[in-house]
Ligand binder design. Structure first.
Ligand code: BES
Ligand code: MN
Ligand code: MN
Length: 470
């Protein structure tokens, strides 16, 4: 039992919190160019924290967009090498007036730390830094070699990540990647994630008359762009079966095995708890023939993320608006590809465009879906580390969210990832009042500190040179 690590963590937890709070004050919103300087400052802050934790090499790595942070703590080339990935950028904060405390003025209420990025992903990156610190301060070294890569563009689709990985080449060589950017199944059900969905984005703009028209003078004879867009969007899904009607949408989908479906059925899924964290909805919906978990983890979706057009101000304004638009994203499952799905959705929208308006569709960046092996030695190591801290062995799950770098590591570097996150379903990621439970922050640090001992035990032999094995 690594009492030394636990004792160190327990004694230093208040400082671990105070330091995270400082990082959370920096508004590192990658999506909004107005915050570019803050994202950069944030990278500098992460780099400083990595140095303080005991990493020997720490660098800011430039990309064509926001900078990443790279750090190294190489103990002994004979030991297994782990690549830890995370992101230091955060989502936008609107609607701002729904935050109980301002998003970049972190506040603790009821044992929870509220701030944008608290759990996604600054808090979970900080767990890694503090776990390394615990090893360095108690034992002077890590039982594995560690490389840390914290990018600044995850929330905008890791747009320059593949290029970054290719440029960094050998410096990212590792036996396995560990990522803490996910959650657990439920508060009392720890879990390890072995699948993430991919993402394809599409933006559509519908244009009609070259100016807003009087809806009485012209109404009845002119195609209304908002009306046209509404019908075009509605045509993308069958209201009865819940299936996406875009031609070819399901062609490349690999269905889960019967064993997997049985495993998901045996999970203690609480539908009413789900409806509650989903903002108090009265009923769930989705594709016919699939459970709620399957709809979220193993089936592709098409969602409208935003829609605009026409008059939104007080009172009434009787017009036929000149244009309307929407942002759409599809979650993808193996073996769907974002460029293919983006093109299919664009074609479906064009085909559904009624006369009298034109439609312009732009296909946005995306990410590939990924499955990671559940039987990897590092998954066993993570299972033991997590099990010992939670007092219950983790279950194996998939998640519906996307972390494109996981697939990049697999395809470009040949490295598998273990997803060891400790977020909770009610953390409100990407929403107002994002929070991180402080006991989960503390447990996460202890899990990751233990993880390096477990990885050394599970994977230690792999690269040991024969002569070192007396
Ligand atoms: N950490 C999330 C992804 C996530 C959330 C995975 C919950 C599993 C459970 C990540 O920061 C994220 O939000 N990713 C984006 C990626 C997109 C912009 C390409 C997402 O999923 O929308
Ligand atoms: Mn994240
Ligand atoms: Mn996110």
């Amino acid at each position: 039992m690594p009492l030394d690590l636990d004792a160190y963590c327990a004694a230093n937890q208040p400082r671990f919190l105070a330091e995270l709070v400082e990082l959370l004050r920096i508004p590192s919103i990658s999506a909004d160019p107005a915050y570019a300087a803050d994202v950069r400052r944030n990278a500098g802050h992460v780099a400083g924290a990595a140095r303080a934790a005991g990493f020997s090499v720490v660098e800011i790595v430039e990309t064509e967009g926001h900078p990443a942070v790279y750090a190294e703590a190489i103990t002994d080339p004979a030991l297994p090498t782990v690549l830890v990935y995370g992101h230091h950028d955060v989502q936008p904060v609107d609607p701002l007036d729904e935050w109980v405390s301002p998003p970049f003025e972190p506040q603790v209420r009821d044992g929870r730390l509220y701030a944008r990025g608290a759990v996604d992903d600054k808090g979970q990156v900080f767990m890694h830094l503090k776990a390394v610190e615990a090893h360095m301060r108690t034992r002077g070294r890590l039982p594995v070699n560690l490389r840390l890569l914290v990018e600044g563009e995850e929330e905008i689709g890791s747009v320059h990540f593949e290029q970054l990985v290719e440029t960094m080449g050998e410096r990212l060589s590792a036996d396995v990647a560990v990522i803490s950017d996910t959650g657990i199944f439920a508060r009392d059900v720890p879990s390890l994630t072995v699948g993430l969905r991919g993402l394809a984005g599409v933006e559509v703009e519908v244009r009609g008359p070259s100016l807003d028209l009087h809806s009485g003078v012209f109404g009845g004879a002119v195609q209304n762009p908002v009306d046209a867009l509404a019908r075009m969007l509605a045509s993308l899904r069958d209201p009865v079966t819940g299936r996406v009607t875009v031609a070819g949408f399901y062609d490349d989908v690999v269905e889960p095995t019967e064993a997997e479906r049985a495993a998901y059925r045996s999970l203690p899924f609480d539908e009413s708890a789900f409806r509650k964290v989903a903002g108090g909805i009265g009923a769930t919906v989705g594709e016919e023939g699939w459970s709620v978990l399957e709809r979220r983890w193993v089936r592709p979706t098409l969602e409208i993320n935003g829609i605009w057009g026409g008059y939104q101000g007080p009172g009434a304004k009787t017009i036929i608006p000149a244009h309307a638009g929407a942002k759409i994203s599809c979650r993808l499952v193996p073996n769907q590809r974002p460029d293919v799905i983006g093109r299919l959705v664009a074609e479906a929208l064009r085909a559904a465009t009624p006369p009298g308006v034109t439609c312009e569709v732009e296909v946005r960046h995306g990410g590939n879906p990924v499955i990671t092996p559940a039987d990897h030695p590092a998954v066993r190591a993570a299972s033991r580390a997590m099990g010992s801290v939670f007092g219950r062995e983790p279950v194996i799950i998939r998640e519906g969210g996307s972390i494109p770098p996981v697939e990049v590591f697999q395809r470009v570097l040949g490295i598998q990832s273990v997803l060891v996150g400790v977020g909770l379903p009610d953390d409100c990621i990407h929403a107002p009042n994002e929070k991180f439970d402080l006991d989960h922050y503390a447990m996460g640090i202890r899990i990751l500190a233990r993880l390096w001992d477990e990885v050394a035990a599970e994977m230690g032999d792999q690269r040991r040179v024969p002569s070192a094995d007396k």
